[in-house]
Design a binder for this molecule. Sequence first.
Ligand SMILES: [Zn+2]
Length: 441
Amino acid sequence: MRSASRPCLPKKALSGYRSRADDARRPGRRERPGGKVSGTPPARVNAPGGVLELAMELLRRPSITPRDAGCQELLAQRLARHGFQHRDLSHGEVCNSWLWRGTGRPLFAFLGHTDVVPPGPEEDWSTPPFAPTLRNDCLYGRGAADMKGSIAAMTVAAEAFLARHPEHPGSLGLLLTSDEEGPALNGTKYAAGCLAEAGLVPDYCLVGEPSSEQVLGDTIKVGRRGSLQGRLQVLGRQGHIAYPERADNALHRVLPALAALCAERWDEGDERFPPTSFQVSNLHAGVGAENVVPGRAEIRFNFRYAPSSDTAGLQRRVNEILARHKLRYELDWQHSAEPFHTRGGRLLEAARAAVREVTGRDCALSTSGGTSDGRFLAPLGAEVLECGPLNASIHQVDEHLALKDLELLARLYQRVLENLLLGSSAPGREAAGVAAMVSDG
Ligand SMILES: [Zn+2]
């Protein structure tokens, strides 16, 4: 089912965005910007065609990264019934889709991934990972929380929003990739580049990653730290352990340097980011025998760094510490993520209000955790935040999502759309460089 064999579309492939032919706008129904927003009726989680049924359809597809297993095609077909168009932005073995409806600004986009991490041995699971199961008022299956539940909620929220506000200001998009859990090179990074080339960077982007910690909506992520890996080879001279004067123990050489690296205060962080963290992930030395002095030691380490540090500065300081300990070494670097941070904007206001309205609680703003694909949209100018279900069971055996959270999430996303696109001061950002699209829409 997946369409990755089709070549990635060139820039002009996105020109259809400006066509109104498929917009499915219904004449005679007008939605005033600033019009009164009436309450959101509660969705029934198990209604036919509802959020639960869609989540289960997605969970049945074994889309282990970078496979999509037909998830994006399913969503494209479903949203086509609501006037969404589909552009295939697949690249290499990765399946990417841009689904959108409307041409006006502001452009709001949900961002999600259809791939999941491998489930591990199936016998470790209480029920098979790709046979979605309901028990204890939860939905179980690989990807339930990360993040097929979110994708189902986004889809149902968009449908419900359009049913009530078909002539809403602005336009809606859904950007999907099957390469978030893998190397993340041919996925959102690539697809976001296609959107940027076509002048279609979303003004607002909501990532459905599981951001909640204890209860749904308690935490929204407004940024992520950067990630920098180092692979260090320290060189000594191998020898007999009884004749250390003829050897040069690589482990003895590197340990004081490692202690210095671990003790270093790299920065103080700032009001949104914790201080930069240095962690050793691997240390290998020795040939397995008890009577051989190791001639080399290999260390792998990782920085999760705040925006107050940068890669060049961290690399320079590591080299200074290694030089101070007079090591012979080789050091390779791999930079996998720039930090990003979204200052408060209209999307954040809309999301905080939605969390309050749907869950009755105020959310905390956080930049903790690993990297996310939001890092590819934020530098292009989108206001990016991450709001999704509980992350307690993600990447684990028996991954699950509470049914009531699945329903609340769909309502929460619908309220974000209503607050953002129908709120009294929306739309707010259409002036910036999108005059052609505005006149079109
Ligand atoms: Zn995820």
